[in-house]
Write a protein of this length. Structure first.
Length: 432
C-alpha cells in the first residue's frame, strides 16, 4: 500500500483504531502532544471539516475531492470558507469566519493560496501556520508505482519546523539599500519539532532520523537546532540518529543554462543525475517534454549529491530540519517522484491540523478544466488517516493510484490528455 494506517492525533469517538505496519503517506501525531484534539460525529453521523478551496485552480481541484469523497461515501461534511484577505490596521488578515471554522473543527483541507504582493502583506500560508501554531510540516515523498521517473526507489519523509527560522517574518530596512532579515531559532520550537519527528518515526516503523542543518557555518542558530535534536535522540534509543549538511542532502540543481530545447534560458529545471543523455521537463498542467541529446551535448554534472546519486540512502528515514531548508529540500525531493502535483502535505499543530496541496495556483489554466487534483487528493487521504477513517482512505487511495498506474486517463502534467473532469470520473469508477 502507498498509504498505511498509523496512529493519529485525531480522536474519533465512533471509530476503532486499527493499526498495521504498511508503508504510507500519512501522519502520526503523538497523543501526548495533541490532547486538545477531539472530534465527534454530528447528528447526521458525519465529521465536519473546514475546506479552504484556495485561489486559481484551487476551486477546481477542491471540487474533484468533494466529488470523489461523496462517491466514496466518506462521512464528512465540508464547512467551506473563504480566506480572501481582509485589511486590518493596514495589513492583510484572514477573515474571522475562517479562523472560527478551523478552531471549531480542528481540521482543514486547503487548496493553493496566492501570496499578496506589496509591502505590509504577509503570506496567507504563513499566517495560517502562525494562527494555529502548526509547528510541523510533514511531507512524505515516495515513488508512485506505474509513474515513470528517473528513480523508482524514493521513500523518505521530510519534517520541517514550520514556525520560525528565516520565515519568522522579522525583517526591516536599516538604511536605504540595506535590509536586515532575522533568522530566529528557539530551543522550544526545535525540541517540539524534533520530538515530533522521532515519535513519528517510531510510530510509522522508520528506524532512522536525520537532522539536516548548516551548523558548520551558522554555529549558534543551526547549532542550537542540531544540539536539541541530539538531546531528544537520547529519549529514543531504538531510533538511529545522524545528521547531514544541507548541501550534501540536496539535489544537484542546474539553473539558468541555455537550453538545447528551445534556445532560450531555462529556469526551474532540475538536473537529477550525474550523466543525462536526455532532458525531461515537467511543467504543471502541460505535457511532459523529453528530448534526447546527441552524445556531444549530453550533460556531465560534477559532484552529484547524495539524494540524487542514490535516493535509497534515505529510505526508511525521517529527515528533520529548520524551516527554510525544509521548504527547499521538500520541493526538490518532490521532483524525484514527479513533481509537486503528486506530493501531499500536512501541517500539524496542538489545536488544529491543516492538510494542503503545496503546488501553486496556476492562474494561467484556472477555469479550463486542466488542473490535476492528485496532490490535494493525496493530502486529503493523509487527512483521512489522521482521522482514522482507514477504509475510506484505502478505497480512495487504490482508485487514485490505480488510475495513475493504468495511464489511460491522466491530466496534461502527468503526460496525458484528459481533463480534470475525466480524471476525476475515472477515479470514481475505480472506487469499490
Amino acid at each position: 500500500m502507498f498509504l498505511s494506517k498509523t496512529t493519529s492525533a485525531f480522536r474519533v469517538a465512533a471509530c476503532s483504531a486499527k493499526l498495521n505496519a504498511a508503508r504510507s503517506i500519512s501522519t502520526a501525531t503523538p497523543s501526548t502532544l495533541t490532547e486538545a484534539f477531539s472530534a465527534c460525529q454530528n447528528a447526521n453521523g458525519n465529521y465536519e471539516v473546514t475546506l479552504i478551496p484556495g485561489d486559481g485552480i484551487g476551486p477546481e481541484i477542491s471540487r474533484s475531492v468533494k466529488h470523489i469523497f461523496s462517491a466514496a461515501k466518506v462521512p464528512i461534511e465540508w464547512d467551506e470558507v473563504d480566506v480572501t484577505p481582509v485589511l486590518k490596521d493596514g495589513k492583510t488578515a484572514i477573515p474571522d469566519e475562517a479562523i472560527a471554522s478551523v478552531k471549531k473543527n480542528t481540521l482543514a483541507l486547503k487548496g493553493p493560496l496566492a501570496t499578496p504582493i506589496g509591502k505590509g502583506h504577509v503570506s496567507l500560508n504563513l499566517t495560517l501556520r502562525r494562527t494555529f501554531s502548526l509547528y510541523a510540516n510533514v511531507r512524505p515523498c515516495r515513488s508512485i508505482a506505474g509513474f515513470k521517473t528517473p528513480y523508482e526507489n524514493v521513500d523518505t519523509v521530510l519534517i520541517r519546523e514550520n514556525t520560525e527560522g528565516e520565515y519568522s517574518g522579522i525583517e526591516h530596512e536599516v538604511i536605504d539599500g540595506v535590509v536586515q532579515s532575522i533568522k530566529l531559532i528557539t530551543k522550544e520550537a526545535s525540541e517540539r519539532c524534533a520530538r515530533y519527528a522521532f515519535t513519528y518515526a517510531s510510530q510509522v516503523g522508520r528506524d532512522r532520523v536525520t537532522a539536516v542543518h548548516k551548523a558548520n557555518i551558522m554555529k549558534l542558530s543551526d547549532g542550537l537546532f542540531l544540539d536539541t535534536c541530539q538531546q531528544v535522540a537520547k529519549e529514543f534509543p531504538s531510533i538511529q540518529f545522524n545528521d547531514v549538511l544541507l548541501d550534501r542532502a540536496c539535489l544537484h540543481v542546474g539553473v539558468g543554462f541555455w537550453g538545447a530545447i528551445s534556445g532560450r534560458r531555462l529556469w526551474n529545471v532540475v538536473i537529477s543525475a550525474h550523466y543525462m543523455p536526455a532532458i525531461h521537463i515537467h511543467v504543471y498542467a502541460r505535457p511532459l517534454y523529453t528530448r534526447r541529446l546527441p552524445p556531444t551535448h549530453a550533460l556531465h554534472l560534477p559532484h552529484p549529491r547524495q539524494i540524487v546519486e542514490d535516493p535509497s540512502h534515505y529510505a526508511d528515514t525521517v529527515m528533520v530540519m529548520p524551516n527554510l531548508y525544509g521548504d527547499i529540500l521538500s520541493d526538490m525531493s518532490a521532483g524525484l517522484i514527479g513533481g509537486l502535483g503528486l506530493t501531499p502535505s500536512g501541517n500539524i499543530g496542538r489545536e488544529a491540523s491543516i492538510f494542503e496541496a503545496v503546488h501553486g495556483t496556476a492562474p494561467d489554466i484556472a477555469g479550463q478544466d486542466k488542473a490535476n487534483p492528485t496532490a490535494l487528493l493525496l493530502s486529503a487521504i493523509m487527512m483521512l488517516r489522521h482521522m482514522r477513517l482507514y477504509e475510506h482512505a484505502d478505497n480512495i487511495e487504490q482508485a487514485v493510484l490505480g488510475t495513475i498506474a493504468e495511464g489511460k486517463t491522466l491530466t496534461g502534467d502527468l503526460g496525458g490528455k484528459s481533463t480534470n473532469t475525466q480524471y476525476t470520473a475515472e477515479i470514481i469508477k475505480k472506487l469499490t
